[in-house]
Design a protein around this ligand. Structure first.
Ligand code: PEP
Length: 267
């Protein structure tokens, strides 16, 4: 059975313990008694509230973090290590999010170091890739995304590569209410598969889940994710509403039976 992923990136929201508590109570209520077979649900709060989420997240929701530093420990003010995340039962960590690339000037090499640091602590890195609107308009999306994939997986051995998830998040679609057409998303899915197949082999590339992210909401799931070869969604703003998050989980679950076929090279 094909498994799908829904990753909620809460970003720098839930700005108090009270709001965090309210979110957790509401998520518990919304998810209680719901069948979510076939969907892995991961919620990534800010690092300040990871510990509280770690204690109170309702099953079967899993814990994710929004970033990690590449060094193990030391004089790195403000950073959070992979072992700190692991210690809090964090299973997943977003790396290379476009907001980190934009505001923290994170580059492709650093994203690769973070992937390796996360894998070293048995975390699942969720590697975000995607082009800017200028790159998109100049027809450079495939080159940009292929380069980001190569750098993110550099020196990652095949067995560990299978623990990584990729999220295709065109920068121009994040936080904008603009969503690419299904064909565009699927073309980029093929580009990502090709880059992974070249770095490893097609069988390994088939095993690495590829999600879509960028202004996702329940009404858009059929456009961004119900293509059988898409593996889920990374959701920002809409994941702040537990009711909407669980609604999306249910919709993804209803499509659990779609079988995954090997990607055919079409572009
Ligand atoms: C994101 O944070 O990765 C994201 C896709 O945000 P939004 O859904 O708000 O566009």
């Amino acid at each position: 059975m094909k498994k799908r992923y829904l990753i909620g990136n809460l970003k720098m929201n839930l700005n108090s313990i009270a709001e965090t508590e309210q979110y957790l109570v509401s998520l518990k209520k919304e998810i209680f008694g719901k069948r979510i077979d076939g969907v892995e649900v991961i919620v990534a709060p800010s690092s300040t509230y990871l510990e509280r989420f770690s204690r109170e997240l309702p099953e079967p929701v899993l814990l994710g973090a929004q970033d990690v530093f590449w060094e193990k420990e030391g004089s790195y003010t403000g950073q959070v290590s992979a072992s700190m995340l692991h210690d809090l039962h964090t299973g997943f960590v977003i790396v290379g999010h476009s907001e980190r690339r934009l505001y923290a000037h994170e580059n492709d090499a650093e994203v690769g170091w973070k992937v390796r640091a996360a894998l070293h602590e048995n975390l699942h890195p969720i590697v975000c890739v995607g082009e800017t609107s200028e790159e998109h308009d100049q027809g450079e999306a495939a080159d940009v995304v292929s380069r980001q994939i190569v750098e993110a997986f550099r020196d990652v051995p095949p067995l560990l590569a299978e623990r990584v998830l990729v999220a295709y998040e065109p920068r121009w679609a994040i936080g904008t209410d603009t969503t690419p057409e299904s064909e565009e998303i699927f073309e980029m899915r093929i580009v990502i598969h090709r880059a992974l197949a070249e770095a490893y082999d097609p069988a390994i590339a088939d095993k690495i889940p590829v999600l879509y992210g960028g202004s996702v909401k329940a009404s858009l799931l059929d456009r961004v994710c119900f293509e059988p070869r898409m593996d889920g969604v990374l959701v920002g703003r809409e994941s702040l509403y537990p009711h909407e998050l669980v609604r999306m989980v249910n919709l993804l679950g209803e499509h659990e039976s779609l079988e995954r076929e090997p990607i055919q090279e079409q572009v």
